[in-house]
Design a protein. Structure first.
Length: 344
């Protein structure tokens, strides 16, 4: 390339990388040589020379379902705005697979976003955080050297359960997520606190955040001698399964059983009746995580101190038709939580 353009290798590098002053004549000669040779820059070599890849790694426990689709959409939108690329891997929340994914990304990314609800992100990514910035996106966020964005899962679950109680429900059941899952445990704790405050005994069935598990858990609740008159599912996907089981049993929503979910996936507003849920603005969560990581990458390049702060997102109670007309009507959510009413 340099010999074809009759310039130095350093001049070619400055032109192709946009680094440093270059005379217009030199730039024209280099670009002409690029066209004649159909030259395509080698991204790997360029990354080594510039010590940057313009790529960020994302490790998620799964890629299936509306939640992860929305999360990736937000991550991708924020990455493109910054001229960055995503390298996405699914770990199935297995520690060995998380470590394998981290190893495969070493040297290929400028930073990593990791969601690992069954594992402590600070421990699985702590070593990596010494070489590239890491942002944890799960549970209560990061700890130690790992920055994070967490969700007030317990507070959100408490607000949803209180909404069902204040709507007139006397037997509020919970379809919880899997044991050991940090977000499922926090939502279970929020539910338990709210029913205890209301003087109600807990009624719990366990799912795994899938629609099929929500369907099975709802069937089990309907078979109980004292059937619940309201159900809080730990995510919208299980709530959809529960809704199908309720309809299959010939019961009405919300007149016979009120139903609430968590996450506010796009499908929640399209159901009939539309689903009351706790909104966490999933795509926006992805955007915020990417923005946080991009800031950390810039700080590291500038040799600025790391910011290990954990940002907590507070869910919004969105009241729709699946609870709105239940018994006494729309309840008031606790003052510490915002509420939005949607009639459709």
């Amino acid at each position: 390339m340099a010999s074809r353009a009759a310039v130095s290798v350093a001049s070619v590098s400055r032109v192709l990388n946009g680094a440093g002053p270059v005379a217009l004549e030199t730039r024209d000669r280099v670009m002409e040589a690029v066209r004649e040779l159909s030259y395509v820059p080698h991204s790997g070599a360029r990354s080594l020379s510039m010590r940057r890849t313009d790529t960020v790694g994302v490790i998620l426990p799964d890629l299936h379902g509306e939640f992860f689709s929305e999360l990736i959409r937000g991550l991708d939108r924020a990455a493109r705005e910054r001229g960055l690329h995503l390298l996405v891997s699914s770990s199935h929340d297995d520690e060995a697979e998380v470590e394998a994914a981290l190893g495969s990304m070493r040297g290929r990314v400028d930073g990593i976003i990791i969601m690992s609800p069954h594992l402590d992100p600070a421990s699985v990514a702590g070593g990596m955080a010494r070489s590239v910035p890491v942002v944890a996106l799960s549970g209560d966020g990061g700890r130690g050297d790992v920055a994070g964005i967490g969700i007030d899962n317990a507070g959100g679950a408490r607000a949803m359960t209180a909404h069902l109680v204040e709507g007139g429900a006397r037997r509020v059941a919970h379809i919880r997520g899997p044991s050991g899952h940090s977000e499922a445990e926090a939502r279970m704790a929020g539910y338990a606190a709210a029913v205890a405050e209301a003087g109600q005994p807990p009624m719990v069935e366990t799912g795994d955040f899938t629609q099929a598990s929500g369907y099975r858990a709802m069937h089990a609740l309907l078979e109980r001698r004292a059937r619940p008159d309201a159900v809080f599912a730990a995510n919208d996907t299980m709530a959809i399964g529960a809704l199908l089981a309720i309809r299959e049993a010939g019961l009405r929503l919300p007149e016979d059983i009120a139903l609430g979910g968590f996450d506010d996936v796009p499908m929640a507003a399209l159901l009939r009746p539309a689903l009351t849920t706790m909104r966490i603005s999933i795509a926006e969560l992805g955007e915020r995580a990417l923005a946080r990581l991009a800031g950390a990458i810039q700080s590291r390049r500038a040799a600025a101190p790391a910011d290990p702060e954990v940002e907590i997102v507070r869910p919004l109670l969105v009241v729709r038709q699946s609870t709105f007309n239940h018994r006494q009507g729309e309840g008031q959510s606790p003052a510490s939580f915002s509420q939005e009413r949607q009639d459709a």
